[in-house]
Structures are given as structure tokens and as C-alpha cells.
Design a protein around this ligand. Structure first.
Ligand code: ADP
Ligand code: MG
Length: 343
């Protein structure tokens, strides 16, 4: 008879890693979210071989105090929530306290950090969690650098699922773009194999925001889109929607953020599609960069480990608001409806 045994913490982490760490892009997402949660205003990303060989994220955020460094790599260890109340109105991107534990269980991870006022930076190092995290003094300005090397070096089965360097990098770049759209005020740079892919300055005000959207989504999108900004019963929707003439054959230029968190949600997709229904040909996809701002208490982000889905308390109201705002904006744009087209 086979007896029941508790999994070792290492194996438990590796299994959990399967949920959130699928490829380099998922690692970068977690690292960037941590940097933003730490209040970083500048984030520099360095990638080698599509992120499989190396991922390095350096930020100028709050940093982590020496004693907390090894803890940051443990499972269910977070500084972001303490109780259920916090969970119900979570304002940070992370809160599960799982990402670094998962990533460090399937890579060689080094984290170097310095807090304001500390006279010394510290570095913690692990290798697939076969060892206790090693802590040593280091040099680093205020902020944190996380270096992830040799992703899946100890889990060959997962490594096999990785695609070509080019494909992995394009997934990763997409994640960086999303986060760069979610925070106009933060500077982002991305380098791949020693080459600068982009370098985005902080954007303040409408003009600079447009410029950032143009850098990320291409200038044609900004030129051929409508600006939206609408508010109703505690909901605000703003951003840009592509003109029907700027549709795509794939749904690859669609960014929707709820309180700064990029989501892919059925309700949202449905509302947008409905709004475009009369103005788009079959098989064409609308383009948009939209930001929905709602009271955090009316939206639940703890639905899925990757937090791509959300649950609105009043989904119907959100749907109606999205649909009517976009429908109105698009209708006003139809040639026959334009004031100038009449005379
Ligand atoms: P979570 O983000 O869900 O809390 P993580 O495993 O991603 O869990 O991170 C664990 C903890 O490590 C965070 O709660 C935070 O305190 C700390 N941390 C991670 N990355 C950074 C960073 N770049 N700057 C400051 N603190 C960080
Ligand atoms: Mg996190």
C-alpha cells in the first residue's frame, strides 16, 4: 500500500510554479509588478536569449530590508496584505506572496536590494531552492535588482515547452508593453541581447501620454483613433479606440486596464464587440487602449492566479457603461452623422 506523504516545500513550490511561471514572459510580469508595487519610477529590463538565459529587472523602488530578503523568496510571504479586509480592497498588483518562491524554485535567482537610509545593500541568492538562500552584503543604490538565470534548468519537462528565442521574446515584449501602458508616469527600458528595444521616458499630460501610446502601439493607431473620457455613477472610462477603418485581422491591439491592471475579460470583450458590431466587417477586430477606473471594492481580482480575469460586483452596469460609451463615440464618428457632412 502506498502511504500518504507531505510534499517537500521545494516540490510544492515547483508544482505551484506551474500555475504562474509558464515562460520568461510570466516571470517578467511578476518582476515588473513587484517593481511597480514598490513604487518604482524607473525600471530597466535586460534580457538574454529570449529571457531563458537571463532576465534582469532593476528598479528604484522602496527596496527590501536585510531581514526580509530571504523571506521574500518564501511561499505565502507578502508585505502587501495582512488580513481578509486587505484582500477585499487590494490596491497592489501582487498579494499572493507566491511569485518569487515559484520563480526561485525553477531558476537561479539573485535579488539585490537597498532601502532608503540603509548604509548597506544586501543580496540573496538561491539555486532552484536546493539550498537555503545565501545572504551577503552588496553594492546597490536604493531599489532592487532581481536576476533570474537559466529558467527551468532543473525542470527539463517544462523547459521542453519553451519555443524559439524569438517567440519567447515577443511574448515577453508584449508583457512589458502592457505594463508600460498601465503606468505612463514610470520610465521603462528594455534591452535584448545587448540591443535597446525601447526606452520610454515618463509621460505626463495628454501630449506625452499620446506619445507613449504611439511608441508602444505604433503611430498609426494614435492617428486613427478617438479619444474617450466618460464618467457615470462612479465609473470612468478613458483612453483611445481605433476607428473602424483601423481594425485588424487579429485581436492583437487590444489593451484594457481596470484600475491599472491589464485584464482579459469576457464581459469587457463582449461589450466592446457589441459597440463595434455595426461598424466593423465580419472577422475584423477592433483596436483599443482603454482604462476603466472603479472603486476597488466593487471588483474582485483574486479570481485566478495570473489575475487576468476579474469579477465585477455589478457586471451588467459595467457592461452597459462600456457599451454605451463606446457606441456613442463610434456613432458620432460615422460620416453621415458628422455635422460637417450635412451641408
Ligand atoms: P507578492 O508580490 O504577491 O507579495 P512576491 O513573491 O512577488 O509576492 O514578492 C514577495 C515580497 O517581496 C513582496 O510582498 C515584497 O515585499 C517583496 N518584493 C519583491 N520584489 C520587490 C521589489 N522589486 N521591490 C521591493 N520589494 C519587493
Ligand atoms: Mg509579486
Amino acid at each position: 500500500m502506498t502511504r500518504i506523504q507531505l510534499l517537500s516545500p521545494r516540490l510544492a513550490n515547483q508544482i505551484a510554479a506551474g500555475e504562474v511561471v509558464e515562460r520568461p514572459a510570466s516571470v517578467i510580469k511578476e518582476l515588473l509588478e513587484n517593481s511597480l508595487d514598490a513604487g518604482a519610477m524607473r525600471i530597466d529590463i535586460e534580457v538574454e536569449q529570449g529571457g531563458v538565459k537571463l532576465l534582469r529587472v532593476r528598479d528604484d523602488g522602496s527596496g527590501i530590508v536585510q531581514d526580509d530578503l530571504p523571506l521574500a523568496l518564501s511561499r505565502h510571504a507578502t508585505s502587501k496584505i495582512r488580513d481578509l479586509d486587505d484582500l477585499e480592497r487590494v490596491a497592489t498588483l501582487g498579494f499572493r506572496g507566491e511569485a518569487l518562491a515559484s520563480v526561485s524554485s525553477v531558476s537561479r535567482l539573485t535579488m539585490t536590494s537597498c532601502t532608503a537610509g540603509a548604509d548597506q545593500a544586501w543580496q540573496v541568492e538561491t539555486e532552484g531552492r536546493d539550498m537555503q538562500p545565501r545572504l551577503q552584503p552588496a553594492a546597490h543604490p536604493r531599489g532592487t535588482t532581481v536576476e533570474v538565470r537559466d529558467l527551468f534548468f532543473n525542470t527539463p519537462a517544462r523547459r521542453k515547452f519553451l519555443r524559439t528565442e524569438k517567440t519567447e521574446f515577443s511574448h515577453l515584449e508584449e508583457v512589458v508593453k502592457r505594463l508600460a501602458l498601465s503606468r505612463f508616469d514610470v520610465a521603462f527600458s528594455l534591452r535584448h541581447n545587448g540591443r535597446t528595444v525601447f526606452s520610454l521616458r515618463p509621460a505626463h499630460g495628454e501630449q506625452e501620454a499620446r506619445r507613449r501610446v504611439a511608441s508602444v502601439c505604433g503611430p498609426a493607431f494614435v492617428e486613427q483613433s478617438l479619444s474617450i473620457d466618460s464618467e457615470r455613477s462612479g465609473l470612468r472610462l478613458w483612453g483611445w479606440v481605433g476607428l473602424p477603418t483601423f481594425s485588424r485581422s487579429q485581436a492583437d491591439l487590444q489593451y484594457f486596464f481596470v484600475n491599472g491592471r491589464m485584464i482579459k475579460d469576457k464581459l469587457v470583450v463582449h461589450a466592446v464587440r457589441q459597440a463595434y458590431r455595426d461598424v466593423l466587417f465580419n472577422g475584423r477586430h477592433p483596436t483599443f487602449v482603454l482604462f476603466l477606473e472603479v472603486d476597488p471594492a466593487v471588483v474582485d481580482v483574486n479570481v485566478h492566479p495570473t489575475k487576468h480575469e476579474v469579477r465585477f460586483r455589478d457586471g451588467r452596469m459595467v457592461h452597459d457603461f462600456l457599451f454605451s460609451t463606446l457606441h456613442r463615440a463610434l456613432a458620432a464618428q460615422r460620416p453621415g452623422d458628422q455635422p460637417g457632412a450635412e451641408g
